[in-house]
Design a protein around this ligand. Sequence first.
Ligand SMILES: [Zn+2]
Length: 429
Amino acid sequence: MLIANPENGRQDGNIDMNGFTVNGRGYRLPAGPVAVICVDGCEEEYLDVALAQGRMPSMARILEGGWRGSARGALPSFTNVNNAAIVTGAPPAITGLSGNFFLDPDTGEEVMMNSADFLRCETVLAAAARAGRKVAMVTAKEKLRDLLSPGLLTDGVIGMAFSSEKAAEARQPTHGISGVEALAGETPPIYSGEASVYVLRAGAALVAAGQADFLYLSLTDYIQHKYAPHEEGALEFYGAMDVELGRLVDLGCRLGITADHGMNAKCREDGTPRVIYLEDELYEEFGDGNKVICPITDPYVAHHGALGSYVTVHLAEPGRAAEIAGWIKSLEGVTEVLEKTQAADLLELPVDRIGDLIVMSAADTVLGRSPEHHDLSQLDRPLRSHGGRFETMVPLIFSGPLNAEYAAKAAADPRNFDVFDYVCNGLEQ
Ligand SMILES: [Zn+2]
């Protein structure tokens, strides 16, 4: 039944009293607060080790009455790609987000895809806000907030969207909230674990204050790039997150927890990074004019030097794609090479925002352009990164048991970007 939304009187056509539909999927709205958390870069092992060492008592409590499995994330296994998929419930072919970065075929320029203009479909968050929920999106990085906030702060819909990075700058007219520091504390540095813990703390404070009841809390992977699961730096971080997870559960939140991608060590035994500089390799074999784009690139590259396990290649002679793909495939450390249409089909990518080839590398190997494009001077520890096939499996956790239909769905084809669907439609609690 389609009726006017009681909160704003609009008749959007896709709203009814019990939920909403967005990107072809219906969502029921549970009575209590809902929070979906994207623990950026959360390879399963981080949780396994922290739980085994007793560092996550709240998570252990959540799992006792809840559900834990694994889900497949979207490729490339990068942050913007998967955050966009999660908040829309749709794959990259629909969201339009193929990386943090792409080569615009119209202008030939390399463009950072971190503004709202690049998102091609509506978000679950905007739809929930229109359906009358008090929606809050809190991200660690400001650029992610910009990317994912369309519809939430515009068109007369007042949700909230702010980042821990720019917490002090949040203002009612532009962010839907002022006084974030009074709510959650002083703005943390972006290159810190606190940037993530702050997101969870702010979320819990909003629920406690009755200011939000439908939340998306998206963290940053600074710690996971820096520390392996068994290292104290990681364990301390997961312990600090756990305190806030406990608060959210105690506040009666229905939780869905997943990640945008995993994380692997990308180095040799001596700790030096294992890199294939693909643009240089192509130059030596095929001459000038082939361009490698590293879509992991964003304004925050100090902790990975813009090196990930997925790149896309724009060829000087696209007619030679099959031949060049075959040659790239023979390079040691390369695991997959796909031509454009094949990649768009198999990986559900937007065909106009990828190059002629996409290339992925092994769990321990990253792909780059040439050494001068990658500043590794700020890497103070062995390189850990993501982007390829080996970082697509991520945790999928719910604070309650799944109903039979969604348990079957989770057994058949669990995807991280269905997490809002599970939380709204699939939990028994
Ligand atoms: Zn990420």
